[in-house]
Design a protein around this ligand. Structure first.
Ligand code: DGT
Ligand code: CA
Ligand code: CA
Ligand code: ZN
Length: 586
């Protein structure tokens, strides 16, 4: 599904939406319309030309007449005049900065108008040299917030989100795999370990020595490379075309594949620890193999399995190679059998047209049936207090319940389960009454407001509600945009365990919340986790892979993850909570 035109149009409409956002409240309607159009187009299942030929652009939910016309204009002329004109209206280079916490349209507008600043570098300079602090209304706290925002944003400027890096990495793999000369090929480095952010993309290839040059040439040709940083016999570094990120290629001989893969997968800490233990046993380990120190003879090098077993270890999955105790476990033959994507039995958080999702429940069901082997899904639209997410009131929820019944009747079995992502209000109470929550198959509670306070008590109150089965995105972070709010993870995990409340690994690429470390802490304490995509459009369901990656980095087995189990087990988990007497806690 790589529709280049769809992607370009989605990008243009996204940029138009940011221009209208910059223009402020008067253009709010256009801002929202173009933002929606951008999301809708990037989630379309078919090439935009298909809809244009069928004259069905108008029928796409979220595409009005004006936007349909602009799509046609783009298809025939390759540009949208309105966009070209709008760009000249605003300090275009500053618009990206609106993504940074503390840099709202109004602030940027005033910085632009009053200091005549047009570039990001100049904004940062003016912030640091005190010019901005002198503007009326830009007090010390405001400037501090802006500097803090810049600092958080740097994490996504310097490093790539795992999901984006995987997409980029797969593209390179696809290109090189076309070559029959390539024998083995794998992502290496932090990408293979599925770290949550990625510095650069490492690729390892093995081939016959005589093909090295040819493979190097393909890697560094303009199809992939915008710039070549270094190019030798076995090593090259490039800046990639679209993403402008760095990718490193290493080429090794076929008989060095295993030792090279261990070496270039890392982590560095894992490798160093391996090397120390190897030495104690009389071996030297390098990217070329495992050697006996006494006679310098190479013992093994071909496969990773051989490398580990020669050193007396059980194979260690790449996601665990962080020197966090995995080597000790492996020595004792106790590496857990990590969860796999195929173990997932259902997705328990997703949004439909009832709140801020882009698809109807019927379309979601059809998509899931076609592409996934799930036994159930849980629809979890937002509750009424989430106004920006178009939350449902009681009446809409009842309407949704009827619709779910109707769909299940047509399917001939209960595949769609009723749920909700209910807001945890400021005082820890929930957005809907217990009577109403009791009618749902599964209740997921989440914080969507008051991010600046310690939210431990709010989450604990939610756990203590007898109808809450799960806490969604427990720390509330948005990587690069919002720091996690303050919580006492130990108290939350203890309470979740005691109250039989599951905690979510939210697989949205900028959330990944719980993260690997917190997820591990939770399962070590005995808390059940749930991996959810929190889908808002059909393409989002693919994020399940990412959720499983995090769970693997948290050393989770199938048993630690509730949604690997049949629905009867989900019900059992729910009734185990119903049996607890909550008076003792509060
Ligand atoms: P990144 O790119 O910052 O997300 O993290 P990595 O782990 O991909 O690091 P990178 O790209 O510098 O190196 C790729 C792999 O190469 C790394 O995971 C392990 C290996 N490596 C790099 N430098 C060293 C080193 O000094 N010693 C050892 N043993 N391995 C290294
Ligand atoms: Ca790397
Ligand atoms: Ca590298
Ligand atoms: Zn949410």
């Amino acid at each position: 599904m790589s529709f280049e035109k769809n992607k370009k149009l989605a990008r243009i409409f996204y940029e138009m939406s940011t221009i209208y956002k910059y223009k402020g409240a008067a253009e709010r309607f256009r801002f929202l319309a173009y933002q929606k159009a951008s999301k809708v187009i990037s989630a379309l299942p078919k090439d935009i030309l298909f809809y244009s030929k069928n004259h069905s652009l108008n029928e796409i939910n979220g595409i009005g007449e004006g936007i349909a016309e602009k799509i046609e204009e783009y298809i025939t002329s390759g540009r949208i005049m309105k966009f070209e004109r709008l760009k000249k209206d605003v300090p275009y280079e500053l618009l990206d900065m609106m993504e940074i916490t503390g840099f709202g349209p109004q602030s940027l507008n005033r910085i632009h108008e009053e200091l005549n600043i047009k570039t990001k570098e100049k904004v940062i300079a003016a912030l640091q040299n005190g010019e901005i602090a002198k503007l009326k209304g830009f007090g010390e706290t405001k400037v501090k917030k802006m500097l803090q925002g810049l600092k958080i944003h740097k994490t996504v400027e310097d490093r790539i989100l795992l999901w984006d890096a995987l997409e980029i990495g797969e593209k390179i793999l696809l290109r090189l795999k076309e070559m029959p000369e390539v024998k083995n090929i794998e992502l290496a480095g932090s990408l293979r370990r599925r770290k949550e952010t990625i510095g650069d993309i490492d690729i390892l290839v093995s081939c016959d020595e005589k093909f090295r040059k040819k493979i190097m040439k393909t890697f560094t040709d303009p199809f992939l490379a915008k710039q070549i940083l270094a190019k030798g016999d076995t090593k090259a570094s490039i800046i990639l075309n679209e993403s402008e990120r760095q990718a490193d290629l290493r080429i090794v001989n076929e008989d060095e594949w295993g030792s090279a893969l261990v070496y270039f997968t890392g982590s560095k800490e894992h490798n160093i620890h391996l090397r120390t233990i190897a030495k104690e046993k009389g071996y030297k380990i390098s990217e070329y193999g495992v050697f006996k120190i006494e006679n310098k003879k190479r013992i093994v090098s071909k496969t990773e399995e051989e490398i580990y077993s020669t050193l007396g270890f059980q194979f260690i999955p790449p996601e665990m190679r962080e020197d966090k105790g995995e080597i000790e476990l492996s020595k004792k033959n106790k590496i857990p059998e990590l969860i796999q994507l195929k173990d997932i039995a259902g997705d328990m958080q997703m949004h439909s047209l009832y709140s801020d999702g882009l698809s109807s429940i019927a379309d979601i069901v059809q998509h899931i049936k076609k592409n996934y082997q799930y036994d159930y899904i849980v629809i979890t639209d937002h509750s009424k207090s989430s106004r920006i997410a178009n939350g449902m009131d009681e009446k809409e929820l009842f309407k949704q319940l009827k619709e779910i019944d109707f769909i299940n009747k047509k399917l001939g079995k209960i595949f769609v389960r009723s749920g909700i992502e209910v807001d945890i209000l400021a005082d820890g109470k929930l957005d809907f009454s217990d009577e109403l929550l009791a009618r749902l198959d599964r209740v997921t509670a989440a914080i969507h407001s008051n991010f600046n306070i310690d939210n431990t008590d709010r989450i604990i109150s939610a756990c203590e509600n007898p109808y809450v089965n799960c806490i969604a995105h427990p720390t509330g972070r948005l990587i690069g945009k919002r720091e996690p709010y303050k919580i006492d993870i130990e108290r939350i995990v203890e309470t979740a365990k005691f109250t039989k409340t599951s905690l979510e690994i939210n697989a949205q690429p900028d959330r990944m919340d719980l993260n690997d470390a917190f997820a591990k802490f939770a399962i070590d304490t005995g808390v059940k986790l749930v991996i959810n995509t929190d889908s808002h459009s059909l393409k989002d369901f693919n994020y399940m892979k990412l959720g499983v990656d995090i769970a693997r980095r948290a050393w989770c087995t199938k048993d630690n993850i509730l949604n690997t189990k049949p629905w009867t087990e989900i019900e059992k988990f729910k009734s185990s909570k119903a049996k607890i007497s909550f008076n003792v806690i509060s």
